[in-house]
Design a protein around this ligand. Sequence first.
Ligand SMILES: NC(=O)c1ccc[n+]([C@@H]2O[C@H](COP(=O)([O-])OP(=O)(O)OC[C@H]3O[C@@H](n4cnc5c(N)ncnc54)[C@H](O)[C@@H]3O)[C@@H](O)[C@H]2O)c1
Length: 271
Amino acid sequence: MDVPGYVVITGAGSGIGRACALAFANEGAAGLALLDLNYDALSSVKSEIEAHIITKNDPKTFQLKIYALNVADEDQVNKIVSEVAQTFGRIDYLVNAAGIAMKHKGGAAFVDTLDWKRIFDVNLHGSFYMLRATCKVMLNQEPILSSIDGRPLSRGSIINFSSIQGVVGLPMSTAYTTTKHGIMGLTRTASEDYAKDGIRINAICPGYTETPLTTQPDVLKVMLEKVANSVPMQRMGNPKEIADGVLYLAGGRSSFVTGTPLFVDGGYTQR
Ligand SMILES: NC(=O)c1ccc[n+]([C@@H]2O[C@H](COP(=O)([O-])OP(=O)(O)OC[C@H]3O[C@@H](n4cnc5c(N)ncnc54)[C@H](O)[C@@H]3O)[C@@H](O)[C@H]2O)c1
């Protein structure tokens, strides 16, 4: 999939972030920096990669680092991104997958301010802190050539996590939906800033996907009813299917794509 460089993935301890970590390792990335609040979960993903993935790169040079990180903590983000850049020498791809969701009983009129702020801190501010710190590294590094053919040089590629809720509203989901709309704005404006510099910034918009975020018993029941009625493919997505979209946006095959959302949603948003 043409991802020969070094990748940083947030939320890599679970669900879609974990699937992205496995996919980049499997597709021959030179190195992975996996970031998450949950260090134990990262350790398991690391063991899984070391045990099962035969990288297409030389195993002697392949690097796999894990870091406990709260993306909502600006200072921690700056420190760890700069540590990763020093360790790898560069950062070619950022996958901004860390995110949290919640439903607000009673809807917008009853949203607790602390919940609102917490969801903004992680989903929107956290993605922005990661993007800002990583863009600074990317702007100062030499471009690399695509490994598939003679396409123009790329300095870096950033994939932000929006959602189908980046373009539609769903009930009882005020804060989450607002942050995912915000991610679309962040993606569009930042992509304009650096398109001429060889940095591409896109958003992935997953539909209903089977991960710990969605498969808690109370959430899953509602989710399955919605899927049956509103997803043309009548099923939930698998995290690997979202990771495939991320690989496309990260690598050279999307060399002329920037500032755009990629919907991986079983047809949900075309309705
Ligand atoms: N699962 C879905 O149906 C779905 C649909 C659309 C969009 N998304 C988005 O995809 C992304 C991944 O979701 P998922 O379903 O894999 O969720 P998940 O809960 O399985 O994984 C999220 C990971 O993020 C980590 N995390 C949470 N807060 C963090 C913080 N402050 N700092 C660092 N790490 C933190 C968690 O520890 C966890 O490992 C999220 O941005 C989510 O909004 C998911």
